[in-house]
Design a protein around this ligand. Sequence first.
Ligand SMILES: [Zn+2]
Length: 270
Amino acid sequence: MFDSHCHLDIMVGDRQASSGDPVALAAQAAQASVERIVEQARGVGVTRLVTIGYDLASSRWNADVARIHRDVYAGVAIHPNEAHAATPEVLAEIEELAGEPQVRAVGETGLDYYRDWASKDDQHASFRAHIEIAKRTGKALVIHDRDAHDDVLRVLADQGAPDAVVFHSFSGDAEMAAKCAEAGYFMSFSGPVTYKNAGYLREAAETAPKELILVETDAPYLPPVPHRGKPNAPYLIPLIVRCLAEVKGMDPDELASAIRANGEAVFGAW
Ligand SMILES: [Zn+2]
């Protein structure tokens, strides 16, 4: 199996953190090097990771780590919450990083209407710029969509979507899943699909064809049941796969091999 979306830099605490937030929690509790995280994942058969950037420093860090670790690929982008920082100079460096062979995704980009850290205008401009970078570099587009389903779909259709589009930590319902399936967009399910109160996510997973399903942890965020309240990590991927298999009435191994094939289609062969 593989983890299509995690944040190794945040997990190892290689980022400023204030006490009390999940970032600080993860940094203290993990005390872990990238090596240990990769080893721990490999121990349960999660042999590939995609570590995702959210600002320029994070994108550089993740691209560097992916250059060193053969089983780690990187995504590079300016997160929608940081969209005001996506100046032409910054975007030029993101594009340069995206051209590196171990960088297989432009992300996470997209729209976040839950937080207003960046204006909608800045978010839209940055999202469109990242779509173009993904198309020019031929890399997958990894989308953060929070409370913005309609606008994300509209911008993709309007701008022209790249070949591979991934909705990271898919948060839509069955209707949204049907729209994504029709457009051929991949849906990456994460810990919340295991949460008791998230029936709409399980309905979405039921609707999503197995050819378009990916799995991710978004670690250190969003730990699956029964790890809520603790730091998340890629070794917990099997919990999400088993939940999805149950929802879809599929054999977990069969679903796992479908997801592995999807991962290679999106990010390229490892
Ligand atoms: Zn993320």
